[in-house]
Design a protein around this ligand. Structure first.
Ligand code: MFK
Ligand code: FAD
Length: 496
């Protein structure tokens, strides 16, 4: 009988996660942490179950049925098991509700849940992120009617009343440059706004609602003339209200996520605010979904490293377990260091978000949050792709074999850098946020890395100085400034 390798076993994603536990103990008052533990345990238990299921059963994908047997257009989407379970598990454990619970720790409590749930969710976290973002943007808009209409559904603790929201921005001319939006908003004879156009990527197409950018008929070109609309996609009978699903996209990864191309033909819509500056109005949503992206990228890294670490105790080569081979141990340690840096940056952003939303922040921290949000998103996306790729190599050939469940992690990680603003677009967003200079970063460093003459302090300050010097050199020439933005963003993100 030839040798049979034992498969990697997933450690408990919550109880065995030293990094998460240390951070929660450091950040949260102990009573709040104790109150949250049952939810964290349950979400991690679900993650264990889902990993086991993933390794034992073939993957399925959502299926679109456009026509029924009798010729009626129906556009029904059959979802995968994890997606069918999504509303129940997330409302029961308050994944979204926790983030809006009215305390400065709300975002910490939300994103700890997201971190544990994400990989098991099979990207149900994508529409959850958008729903969270929609709740945040509506709240920021101050539109009482829409807040009262939508937020009880978006933040519901009951799967029967829970609604998902989409984020309809990308169109064929531009996903980064949304100022090229072609969707038109027109008022009918009764004064009802209706949307006409084509949205090119709609990942929450099964959602009951969406926030959509559109150009009021007759408004001029560009970004400032776009308006933000709230839409509900189906009527009380469950029929689509002027939405047709053209097809589901065939993607490199995120296979369980039904990303659709859709046409809007008279979809009733309600303006969220004034009929211009829609991008300004949707910005709170962008910043929340970008934070989700960072948390989910870090969660993917945590999963890949946990499996690779376990495997290194089971697999032997050249007379020793991999974990006892110095170079393999060093490889794992380097991955862990990258991951812990990414974790710290991301969860610092989560903590800041909660405090800023509740007005419990120092003067520089609102600007700090604005700056760190794109940096955390762009940096964790790139690190995640790198670390997950390295983790697959830690399994040798097995890392390349589909039914280990491992290749999916790499394909899925690639998306973090593309959606919600590519690396370049977010580097340019960093320039927007840097208009006030590096002062908020320097203040944060003064608090986080005391001036005690240690090499760490010296390294951090030297990196900020170098970034500031480069900014100074290129600032006068817009082309040079933009060409340098990615390098500056990487330096600042890595430093922070
Ligand atoms: C599982 C993981 C969880 C994550 C799930 C994610 C699901 C993915 C779904 C998607 O991908 S949804 C589509 C996401 N699309 C984008 O992120 C668009 C990328 N493009 C950009 O981010 C551009 O920078 C942007 C369209 C926002 C702006 O481009 P412009 O045309 O150059 O606009 P402009 O004039 O610079 O900005 C308009 C206003 O918005 C300005 O404010 P004012 O009107 O007051 O001057 C900007 O300051 C403001 N703004 C832009 N980005 C902001 C912001 N304000 C705050 N925060 C920001 N991030
Ligand atoms: P482009 O904007 O054409 O970008 C092409 C390249 O040009 C990129 O490398 C970009 O970095 C670079 N670039 C662009 N502008 C500049 C510049 N000024 N300087 C330097 N480089 C630049 N969108 C939604 O609205 N809703 C969704 O639900 C949604 N779901 C998605 C799901 C998936 C799986 C994917 C892959 C995408 C989804 N998107 C969604 C779309 C996504 O947000 C866009 O693909 C993304 O914003 C990039 O836009 P684009 O595809 O038009 O690329």
């Amino acid at each position: 009988m030839s040798f049979v390798q034992s498969a990697p076993r997933l450690a408990h994603p919550y109880r065995d996660d030293r990094v998460l536990n240390a951070w929660l103990a450091h950040t949260l008052p102990s009573a709040r942490l104790e109150a949250m533990r049952p939810d964290l345990d349950a979400l991690a238990d679900y993650a264990l179950m889902a990993w086991d299921r993933r390794c034992r059963t073939p993957r399925t994908e959502p299926v679109l049925t456009q026509w029924d047997a009798w010729g009626s257009r129906v556009d029904r989407i059959a979802l995968t098991p994890a997606w069918e379970e999504g509303p129940d598990i997330t409302t029961r454990h308050a994944v979204l509700a926790a983030g809006h619970a009215g305390s400065p720790w709300a975002r910490v409590e939300e994103f700890a849940r997201v971190y544990l749930y994400h990989v098991a969710s099979e990207f149900y976290c994508c529409p959850l992120a958008m729903t969270d973002g929609a709740a945040t943007a509506l709240h920021a808009s101050g539109n009482r009617a829409l807040i009262e209409r939508a937020l009880p559904h978006f933040l519901s603790r009951d799967p029967a009343t829970f609604w998902l929201s989409g984020q309809w921005m990308t169109e064929t001319p531009g996903g980064s440059d949304v100022g090229r939006t072609e969707t038109v908003a027109r008022q009918d004879a009764e004064g009802q706004w209706r949307l006409y156009g084509r949205k090119w990527f709609s990942s929450a197409v099964v959602g009951e609602a969406a926030l959509a950018l559109a150009r009021p008929e007759g408004a001029g070109n560009g970004t400032a003339t776009l308006a933000l609309f709230y839409v509900e996609t189906k009527d009380e009978t469950g029929a689509w209200r002027g939405v047709t699903i053209d097809r589901l996209k065939k993607k490199l990864g995120t296979h369980e996520l039904p990303t659709a191309e859709i046409h809007l033909d008279g979809l009733p819509a309600t303006p969220v605010g004034p009929l211009d500056h829609g991008v300004r109005q949707i910005a709170p949503m962008l910043n929340v979904t970008r934070t989700w992206n960072a948390v989910c990228a870090v969660a993917s890294m945590a999963r890949a490293i946990a499996l690779a670490r376990d495997y290194a105790t089971r697999r032997s080569a050249f007379g020793a377990r991999l974990i006892d081979q110095p170079l393999h141990a060093r490889t794992l340690a380097d991955m862990q260091a990258e991951y812990e840096g990414a974790f710290s940056l991301t969860f610092h952003v989560a903590e800041l978000l909660g405090r800023v939303e509740h007005g419990e922040h120092a003067t520089h921290e609102a600007a700090l949050l604005r700056l760190l949000t794109p940096l955390a998103k762009l940096w964790t996306a790139k690190v995640s792709i790198r670390v997950v790729s390295e983790a697959l190599e830690c399994f040798g050939g097995a890392g390349y074999i589909e039914d280990t469940g491992l290749p999916q992690l790499l394909r899925d990680a690639q998306v973090y850098a593309i959606w919600e603003g590519t690396t370049n677009v977010l580097s340019l967003d960093m320039l927007r946020a840097l208009s006030a200079g590096l002062a908020p970063l320097r203040q944060a460093v003064d608090e986080l890395v005391p001036d005690d003459g240690t090499p760490a302090r010296h390294t951090v300050v030297a990196a900020l100085d170098a970034a500031e010097a480069l900014l100074g050199e290129v600032a006068a020439d817009r082309a040079s400034l933009e060409a340098s933005a990615r390098g500056i963003a990487f330096t600042l993100a890595r430093t922070m």
